[in-house]
Design a protein. Structure first.
Length: 201
């Protein structure tokens, strides 16, 4: 799914294929049959959700701001809609699994789960897939802020959408950061859930 996402120019299609890949992390984490892997998989559900919600909200805001739905049309628009594209950057970091976002914590535990169960192949899959995540998200952000406009008509009319759209985006982007700092509480809950489930079976 990550390889297919790399080929998508439609922003929402890229996000959709990314979601398929992220859901496979959860399935693989549970399949590792280790406590840390299962807890990491459980933790990845809210971590990925808040990051991906941010990205989909941003995709809608970008279309509202300038009518762009293709990544190739988005070059330079970060200069016109900096709040939206900064939120997109934060959401991207969360889905990639980089600090200081919640996605880093869940992927860290998934990687530990792979090592705890001596499944080096799973560790490699998590790592390579995360690198592919970076390959299909970070260039979008870079080109939005630093590349010359690729569509002059869309660039000319680009402007931040209404605060009714921007405020929810900023809230979810802030959530990507906050759950990093409160991740221990979430992880303990996930760990307890896994322990209770294991004991009952």
């Amino acid at each position: 799914a990550s390889l297919i996402a790399l080929t998508q120019d439609n922003l929402k299609a890229r996000l959709a294929y990314s979601t398929v890949g992220q859901l496979s992390y959860i399935i693989l984490g549970v399949g590792l049959a280790s406590e840390s892997g299962a807890a990491g998989a459980l933790l990845h559900i809210p971590m990925h959700a808040v990051g991906k919600i941010t990205l989909f909200l941003c995709a809608g805001a970008i279309y509202e701001a300038c009518g762009a739905k293709y990544i190739s049309q988005m070059h330079g628009i970060g200069q016109k809609i900096p709040l939206t594209m900064t939120a997109f950057f934060v959401g991207s970091l969360c889905v990639i699994g980089l600090p200081p976002t919640g996605g880093f914590v869940s992927k860290w535990h998934l990687l530990n789960g792979a090592l705890d169960s001596s499944q080096q192949w799973a560790f490699a899959i998590f790592l390579i897939s995360s690198l592919l995540n970076a390959a299909y998200f970070l260039p979008i952000v870079y080109k939005a802020f630093f590349a010359p406009p690729s569509d002059e008509a869309k660039f000319a009319k680009a402007a931040e959408p209404s605060m009714l759209m921007v405020v929810p985006i900023l809230i979810t982007a802030t959530g990507c950061l906050l759950i990093f700092f409160f991740s221990n509480t979430l992880y303990r809950f996930a760990e307890q859930f896994v322990t209770v489930y294991a004991q009952s079976n």
